[in-house]
Design a protein around this ligand. Structure first.
Ligand SMILES: Cc1ncc(COP(=O)(O)O)c(C=O)c1O
Length: 346
């Protein structure tokens, strides 16, 4: 079997998770009748110190419902240049909600509040686009899994709220940030008007994300979710899997973080320039192949032929993601195979 390091979304539900799904009390969620999802939405909202939650099929849908809630047509979202909402949601904010987007860059994809805020143009008048929301991704996927510093988030919140700009947290992997830092979810939650989280990444649920916010915003997002075709029926089956994942798989993310460090250190042993060890803070390792003649797709193909799946996300950028379906033997095998392939191309 291939060792799959493409993403933490590739995990399969465990037998215990499948059993929890079969025991879920369900109802038609479009009528508000599904007890399991209703209770889970309230539980997750409380975890982040918020009033309400809305279960969604994907993190992209949760993000897009948030952006739609915060930014009016023709207004602007600011986000990091490598943010998932910018690079990987296929223009949804523009296509679905008429939102324009501008980006700021950050060293190592780590938020610097003042330089991010410097790009904002609140109340820009009739000539320029007004900024009404800023998105922060924590942890940052295409930034190599880095954790955003709470102090910078607090500073950004202070600057943004002084001019009426709201913050959205793309917290698809906020679980990893919590496990790596020990920071309480309420601390992450208090600076953001809207929060999206995913149960289908490192936590290992087969499907499921959630938008978390105020009662008012969630009531409106519920309408938009249906309008976008995202209303689901006996969704408690999926919510039960997500809740099982949260209850049983959260602490094991620490193992994913250790495994990512093992892989990164093996790569650094070949050439220190290939991986920035300081950014390997959670379960993602970004390999920068600039010093070598090899491209990311060539290396991905070479590793594929040896049973290791990876993600070529740029001509010179290869991503490895650790997750719960990998054994320590598989990590060790992946590390030595990657080392050998890199050594060959030096
Ligand atoms: C940071 C981040 N946000 C949002 C998403 C979107 O999640 P989904 O694939 O469920 O739409 C992803 C998916 O990888 C992600 O990495």
């Amino acid at each position: 079997m291939a060792i799959d390091l493409r993403s933490d979304t590739v995990t399969k539900p465990t037998p215990a998770m499948l059993e929890a799904m079969t025991k879920a009390r369900v109802g038609d969620d479009v009528y508000g009748d599904d007890e399991t999802v209703n209770a889970f939405e309230l539980r997750m909202a409380a975890l982040f110190g918020k009033e309400a939650g809305l279960f969604t099929s994907t993190g992209s849908l949760a993000n897009q419902l948030a952006l739609r809630s915060l930014v009016k047509e023709g207004e602007e979202l600011l986000a990091d240049e490598k943010a998932h909402v910018v690079r990987a949601e296929l223009g949804a904010a523009a296509v679905l909600s008429g939102i324009t987007t501008r980006t700021f860059s950050s060293k190592r994809s780590i938020l610097d509040a003042e330089s991010a805020f410097a790009v904002a143009t609140p109340d820009a008048g009739p000539y320029l686009v007004s900024t009404t929301a800023i998105a922060v991704e924590n942890t940052h996927n295409f930034g190599g899994g880095v954790i955003q510093p709470l102090g910078e988030i607090a500073k950004l919140h202070q600057l943004a709220s002084s001019v009426g700009i709201h913050l959205h947290l793309d917290g698809a992997r906020i679980w990893n940030a919590h496990v790596a830092t020990g920071i309480d979810f309420k601390e992450f939650g208090r600076y953001f008007e809207t929060i999206s989280v995913c149960f289908s990444k490192g936590l290992g649920a087969p499907v499921g994300s959630m938008l978390i916010s105020s009662k008012e915003r969630i009531a409106s997002a519920r309408i938009w979710r249906k309008r976008f075709g995202g209303g689901m029926r006996q969704v408690g089956l999926l919510a039960a899997a997500a809740e099982f994942a949260f209850d049983h798989h959260l602490q094991r993310l620490a193992t994913d973080h250790l495994n990512a460090k093992l892989l990164a250190e093996a790569i650094a042993e070949v050439d220190l320039r290939l991986v920035d060890l300081e950014t390997v803070q959670t379960n993602i390792v970004g390999i920068d192949l600039t010093p070598l003649a090899l491209t990311a797709s060539q290396l991905a193909a070479e590793l594929h032929s040896q049973g290791i799946l990876t993600g070529a996300l740029g001509s010179k950028y290869l991503r490895l993601v650790t997750h719960g379906d990998l054994t320590s033997d598989e990590i060790a095998r992946a590390a030595s195979t990657i080392q050998d392939s890199l050594k060959k191309s030096k």
